[in-house]
Design a protein around this ligand. Structure first.
Ligand code: ADP
Length: 258
């Protein structure tokens, strides 16, 4: 279980950014976090990764405070795909994905068949095998995003945290990523992903709406994006379309839309 309990945080000299946020990601659950710019999403992820220290509340990984785990222990359980990953220059895609195995390797141990299998699987499911010998710097933003996801998956994490993972991706790769996250959750991985586009959150199992550092709503994604809190946090500029069994959310730019 990855648990956030009553999390509170403010940057030095600033107003509170997180005001008592609680959430739970069980193995196999995919939680999408939504919220307007500045609502605290990135800060929440930073705290969930142990990159910042909470001023109140706690983040528990399998019942133990996140900051009590060593970096390697944490790396074997938790993987992170940031929005803009820094990456070392001069390495091939294959070498970068292999870096994902570092938390599993002892100081002196060599890569074994398990490491090879994890790297091969991660590259297959992210459709990055054909990029293996390329350098990251020469790839498009979307290709780079998929490579960094492959590296995160090569860690074989129990929990995967993604910050706007569909950015830079074309429609096929957005769909492929959403399907892949669904499959990973089906295999028992706990996923928490921030989405800019609320339509992408509809692929998740649950959604949480953040507003000014508080949970404004939580529930099934369809209920959250069609609910009154969602409309309110976006100042009413939300148009909900119903088409067959699907719902879609668009910005409302004309007065005749409802
Ligand atoms: P979101 O990811 O939802 O856009 P953030 O967590 O990035 O929100 O930001 C929440 C609030 O915290 C914003 O008001 C932002 O200006 C502020 N903030 C973010 N990072 C810092 C920082 N490093 N120092 C001071 N204030 C920050």
């Amino acid at each position: 279980m990855l648990e956030v309990r009553d999390l509170r945080f403010a940057y030095p000299g600033g107003a509170p950014v997180l005001n008592g946020v609680s959430l739970t990601v069980a193995p196999g659950l995919w939680l999408a976090v939504l919220g307007p710019n500045g609502s605290g999403k990135t800060t929440l992820l930073d705290l969930m990764l142990g990159l910042r220290r909470p001023q109140g509340g706690s983040v528990l990984l399998e019942g133990r405070d996140l900051r009590a785990w060593s970096a390697a222990e944490r790396g074997r359980r938790l993987a992170y795909l940031p929005q803009n990953s820094p990456y070392p220059a001069g390495l091939s895609v294959l070498e970068i994905v292999r870096l994902g195995r570092l938390p599993h390797l002892g100081l002196w141990s060599r890569e074994g068949p398990e490491d090879e299998a994890a790297v091969s699987w991660a590259m297959r499911v992210t459709e990055t095998k054909e990029l293996a010998n390329r350098e990251l710097g020469e790839l498009s933003g979307g290709e780079r995003q998929r490579v960094m996801l492959a590296r995160a998956l090569a860690q074989r994490p129990r929990y995967l945290i993604l910050d706007e993972p569909t950015n830079h991706l074309d429609l096929h790769h957005q769909a492929a990523l959403l399907r892949l996250l669904g499959r990973l959750a089906g295999k028992g991985i706990g996923i928490i992903s921030v989405f800019h586009d609320p339509n992408h959150a509809l692929a998740a199992g649950r959604a949480l709406l953040l507003m000014k550092g508080e949970v404004a709503d939580a529930g099934t994604p369809e209920r959250v994006v069609t609910g009154p809190a969602f409309r309110e946090v976006y100042s009413g500029d939300v148009s909900v379309l119903h088409g067959g069994a699907r719902v879609a959310v668009l910005p409302r730019w004309s007065e005749v839309e409802r």
